[in-house]
Design a protein around this ligand. Structure first.
Ligand code: ATP
Length: 602
């Protein structure tokens, strides 16, 4: 288990002025242009309704409440009319806001959906080396959290910032129009507000970034620890693990407290500023009203506008950090989208109509790290329909041979061919459809037993029964509670190691590949299952070219030829009899195996 969290460090932060990022985002926004335009129109309506309300207050006070010489009935009637207009505007504002939220959420969800789909499509096309280098947790974060981050920007920021700007400009315009000297006081406060907001935004951004990094460390740690919990328990590492977690948890708490302190300071500061503005307006404006330089209505309207004015400013820093965070996510998402598959795609890819099934390795040298070859100058040829057994000590490079034949990697030197064709010119999907793979670890897809056998094939019922029979699975299928429709894997019935092996053979039979690669399981199963597996192996191999990483002597004996690998080189080659007679490395391996089996029996 490693405790490197390097993958989750947020190296870069998207910048608002980063044109490149906006250009990449634009194609996702473009189809929603009309919706965003409509949201902006709705935003204008909402702002107009909001701005009109304090103005109605002014009219109410000046025209009716403090007006001299109007009869009481006329004042009351005028006030009623204003109240009706007030209610009407509120209703318009409410409806407009409702539709705006709906429209923006819908747009945001659609953009997220498309982004997630594009990203997942891209990830599916990447090669095995990429997945070796990138932990699952990182990819899941890209596909979930990072995309969610962007959603917030699309829904709650882009249009609302526009809303806020219109509102601020609108309020200032109305205020100057009503009374320039009172407005000038307010304008003096704006630089202080903006300065504080910008300073706070910078500090908050850093604080949020620290929190996210520390949370990601916790996630990464938990993911690793929970996946290997049984190992930790066996080795009694609980206390040590708890200590490590405590450190991570503490670091997160500290970061969260720092952010809380920042907010604790900023929010009241802005409150104090807005209260100060109100106080100054009451003091100065009140004096002006007493001197009758401004009307009482203007003063009342002013105080209402101040409340409207400070709200968006208060939220500006919050929105600023949402956009920052979203752009940082966008940057990481696009970085992943820009990852090119390591294996060059053939152009045009070959998809021959027929495959005979011969396999050739020609002077193949390969290393996961090119400087440290795992296979060295390996050459062999298997004719169609024949069986090649590969044996060798652990780490000899047997699995690597398979990885090359499935074209999960390309060799650094030499060529791998099927039917004489270089794999690099073949369509990888075509190749993998024709090269069946049975690994020791059988992956069970969450779904029914039937789905797990058929995968992407559609055998008819008769063929499926035949496959079950050949794979020695008929009994099991009958005894499952819902037969073939029983759910297996996560959330369903657990299959034993032996049953999973048989299932893997059924899959091969259903896909009917020309070439079969088999990594024989070393897990111990009972004798009856062992016999079933042997039978299934024979059926699966029949009529196919087979390359088997063999552990059972019975399989090895039946092979047309045996390849003995050691430290990435072919050290011996021949039939079982030939190799035994040579009394070399193979002979030594077989004797060791026999000793091991005898030991197990004792
Ligand atoms: N994804 C990988 N990245 C880096 N090195 C790897 C990778 N997979 C295998 N190796 C290294 O390549 C060498 C050969 O491994 P390989 O799995 O091919 O051996 P093997 O003969 O199949 O062993 P075993 O019988 O234990 O499965 C080993 O030294 C292993 O550490």
């Amino acid at each position: 288990m490693h405790y490197g969290y390097g993958y989750f460090e947020e190296g870069q932060l998207g910048k608002i002025q980063d044109v490149r990022l906006w250009k990449r985002l634009f194609p996702y926004l473009r189809p929603h242009g009309p919706h965003i335009a409509l949201a902006v129109v709705l935003s204008l309506i909402i702002s107009a309704a909001d701005l009109a309300l304090p103005y109605l207050l002014r009219l109410g006070v000046d025209r009716y409440i403090t007006a001299q010489g109007l009869p009481l009935s006329a004042k009351l009637q005028g006030l009623s009319q204003l109240a009706a207009v007030f209610a009407g505007l509120m209703a318009v504002g409410f409806v407009a806001e409702f539709f705006q939220v709906l429209l923006l959420e819908w747009t945001g969800q659609n953009i997220m959906h498309r982004l997630r789909q594009d990203l997942f499509r891209h990830v599916l096309r990447l090669d095995l080396p990429f997945f070796h280098a990138n932990p699952v947790g990182k990819l899941v974060t890209r596909l979930t959290n990072d995309i969610q981050n962007m959603h917030e920007m699309f829904t709650s920021v882009i249009v609302t910032v526009f809303n806020d700007l219109i509102r601020l400009v609108g309020i200032l315009a109305v205020l100057f129009w009503m009374d320039a000297s009172l407005s000038a006081i307010l304008v003096c406060l704006i630089p202080v507000m903006l300065g504080a907001t910008l300073k706070f935004s910078a500090l908050a951004r850093e604080a949020f970034r620290t929190i996210r990094t520390r949370l990601a460390r916790i996630n990464s740690f938990l993911q690793e620890v929970l996946a290997g919990l049984s190992v930790l328990q066996i080795f009694g590492r609980e206390e040590d693990t708890l200590d490590r977690f405590r450190d991570l948890n503490e670091a997160h708490r500290k970061a969260a407290m720092h952010q809380i302190h920042l907010f604790g300071l900023f929010v009241p500061f802005i409150e104090v500023l807005s209260s100060a503005a109100v106080a100054v307006i009451i003091w100065y404006g009140g004096g002006q009203a007493l001197r009758q330089a401004v009307s009482l209505g203007v003063l009342v309207a002013f105080l209402s506008y101040i409340r409207l004015f400070f709200q968006p400013l208060r939220e500006l820093s919050q929105k600023f950090s949402i956009v920052q965070s979203a752009l940082a996510s966008a940057e990481r998402i696009f970085e992943l989208m820009d990852t090119r598959p390591d294996l060059p795609a053939p152009d045009p890819p070959l998809r021959p109509a027929e495959l005979q099934g011969s396999v050739t390795f020609q002077n193949v040298t390969f290393g996961y790290d090119p400087d440290r070859p795992v296979l060295r100058n390996v050459s062999f040829h298997v004719d169609p329909g024949r069986t090649l057994a590969v044996v060798g000590p652990t780490g000899a490079g047997k699995t690597t041979l398979i990885n090359l034949l499935e074209r999960f990697h390309d060799p650094q030197e030499g060529v791998v061919r099927v039917d004489g064709m270089d794999l690099r010119f073949l369509d990888p999907a075509w190749l993998r459809r024709r090269v069946g793979l049975v690994m020791q670890d059988v992956f069970i897809v969450p779904g029914t037993f039937r789905e797990n056998i058929c995968l992407d094939t559609e055998p008819d019922e008769a063929r499926l029964r035949e496959i079950l029979d050949l794979a020695q699975l008929s009994d099991l299928a009958e005894n499952l509670p819902q037969g073939l429709e029983t759910s297996v894997g996560e959330g369903g019935i657990d299959l034993s190691a032996g049953q999973k092996q048989l299932l893997a053979f059924a899959r091969v039979l259903a896909r009917d590949p020309k070439i079969l690669i088999l990594d024989e399981a070393t897990s111990n199963v009972d004798s009856e299952t062992e016999i079933r597996i042997q039978r299934a192996i024979e059926r699966a191999m029949a009529g196919r070219t087979s390359i088997v990483i063999a552990h059972r002597l019975s399989t090895i004996r039946k092979a047309s030829r045996i390849l003995v690998l050691d430290q990435g080189r072919i050290v011996e080659e021949g039939t079982h009899e030939e190799l035994m007679a040579r009394k070399g490395f193979y002979h030594h391996l077989i004797l060791l195996d026999q000793v091991k089996r005898e030991g197990l029996k004792d």
